[in-house]
Design a protein around this ligand. Structure first.
Ligand code: DUC
Ligand code: ZN
Ligand code: ZN
Length: 494
């Protein structure tokens, strides 16, 4: 796509159009896949109907001097979900998606997490019903497979995929980690049925060994969490998952790449032609493990897995985004309050293994990345690729992530000059703190539009619980073709 900043000139023509619009966003520089153009955007029936000059209408949003971005697409967030430690996160679908909307995100993909012994269908129905009642923005689910021993797993999974749930999440670690045989089995189902397999890739035994050694030495503070997640544990698992994807010829998404060597493993695999994509998150791009080193257990607020790494890693990740070795920036929103319902559930001074992992991120992702891409010499167009368009394409979110005729009118009027300093508790989720307190950004979502309806204007959220729609997704991946040469015999090959 075009990365240049030129504003295209479009011939003017007279208003009114032959058919009226429901809404027109007027006078912005519109960030489209073809580059940046100064135009109005006319919306009809929730869909972008025209991008052209002089699209007047009874209901207009004046965006003169502003940018118009697609609504954010955040494809990795934990909402109303039980953690691996058995702790419900702090947000409901209503609070999380209010927060998303306030930050310029109009599509979220969260998780339908299988409990031990639970059928996948029951898990998905449960999350879907709660999202239907609560969500303010459009949404879909990754199906977490945590217990492969349940009856009918493969059939249920294939049926759910066929119904439009087109991604699966697996862990290689934690108490919901699955073994290699299960990973390959799920990849095979995904491949046949047309779904993407997403992996939290860290080597379980390496994490276990590091944790044990730290605890034996009394190294129990939040800052020791970083040491308990050695970078090689991530590198080993990422490399292995790349080989699994290569072996099965199945599309795989590596979640939350945090360090340079893991990125390098992804880059090498992609160069071999492996169908791999990779994601990183704002906290790996913009902070380091220093955030964990605070008085007492305050560092718990920033604890997540993998942990933040160092400056050289962050630089490598920015370069990886520039080179498109990394394709997606997601929030990994995983909200836990800094009190005895969340981070301090095990007491006021818990050891790091007893602290829930995760930080709020849905609301800050778009502003942090708009500012971050600019500060790192990249364009708004590249930011839109990583935060809206590419995630929508990879995850089969048809109609999302782009300003183009025929796409959903999910739009954000972006004030590129507005300065904002985050406060201690200024987010609209239910976490009760903002890990980005004191961080300055330039650029702010002024008006947020979901399928043609203004849902946020100047800090006022008008969206209603239940307004968000579930997105039925299209098939993903290579289907029945291919497979690595080692598996050719399965298709009658030599
Ligand atoms: N890491 C994850 O992988 N998910 C939720 C929170 C976290 O820190
Ligand atoms: Zn994860
Ligand atoms: Zn996560």
């Amino acid at each position: 796509m075009a990365k240049g900043l030129a504003v295209a000139k479009i011939p003017r023509h007279a208003c009114p159009m032959s058919e009226p619009f429901d809404l027109s966003i007027r006078g912005a520089e519109v960030i489209t896949p073809q580059g940046r153009i100064r135009a109005d955007v006319g919306v009809r029936d929730g869909v972008i109907a025209a991008i052209a000059p002089d699209l007047c209408c009874d209901h207009e949003v004046d965006a003169t001097g502003k940018l118009l971005l697609p609504g954010g697409v955040d494809v990795h967030c934990h909402i109303e979900q039980m953690s691996g430690m058995g702790l419900m996160n702090a947000d409901t679908f209503e609070t999380a998606t209010r927060s998303a909307a306030m930050g310029g995100t109009t599509t979220v993909v969260s998780f339908a997490a299988q409990a031990q012994g639970q059928s996948l269908r029951v898990a998905v129905d449960d999350y879907a019903a709660r999202a239907k009642r609560g969500a303010l923005v459009d949404h879909a689910f990754h199906i977490i497979v945590a217990d492969a021993s349940v009856d009918d797993l493969d059939d249920d999974l294939a049926a759910l995929i066929a119904q439009g749930h087109r991604s699966i999440k697996l862990f290689t670690t934690y108490n919901i980690g699955v073994d290699d045989a299960t990973i390959l089995r799920v990849m095979a189902v995904a491949r046949e049925a047309g779904a993407l397999v997403c992996v939290h890739a860290e080597n379980d035994a390496m994490l276990g060994l590091a944790k044990k050694a730290l605890l034996a030495r009394g190294m129990t503070a939040p800052k020791h969490h970083a040491l308990s997640h050695p970078r090689l544990a991530e590198v080993e698992a990422v490399e292995r998952m790349c080989r699994f994807a290569e072996f099965m010829d199945t599309p795989v998404m590596l979640f939350h790449i945090s360090c340079a060597e893991a990125l390098e493993a992804v880059r090498r695999a992609r160069h071999r032609g492996v169908p791999i994509w990779a994601e990183t998150c704002p906290h790996y791009l913009l902070s380091t493990a220093e955030v964990l080193d605070k008085d007492g257990v305050e560092g718990a607020k920033w604890m997540c897995s993998p942990p933040q790494r160092d400056r050289a890693d962050a630089r490598a990740l920015w370069n990886g985004l520039g080179a498109e070795d990394l394709q997606v920036v997601s929030s990994d929103h995983a909200p836990y309050r800094y009190d005895n319902t969340g981070k301090l559930l095990a007491g006021p001074t818990p050891d790091f293994p007893d602290i829930a992992n995760g930080m709020p991120g849905l609301e800050v992702r778009m502003p942090l990345m708009f500012d971050g891409f600019t500060q790192h010499g990249m364009s708004v167009e590249q930011m839109v690729q990583a935060c809206c368009d590419t995630p929508a394409r990879i995850y089969g979110l048809t109609g999302k992530g782009r300003i183009e005729v025929g796409y959903d009118a999910d739009l954000v009027v972006w004030d590129r000059h507005a300065r904002h300093t985050y406060g201690a508790d200024d987010l609209h989720d239910n976490t009760g703190y903002n890990p980005w307190e004191g961080h300055d950004v330039i650029g702010w979502p002024q008006v947020v539009i979901l399928r043609g309806e203004v849902i946020v204007q100047n800090g006022d959220c008008r969206a209603k619980a239940g307004q968000g729609r579930w997105i039925k997704r299209d098939a993903i991946g290579v289907g029945g073709a291919g497979q690595h040469r080692d598996l050719a015999f399965m298709e009658g090959g030599a």
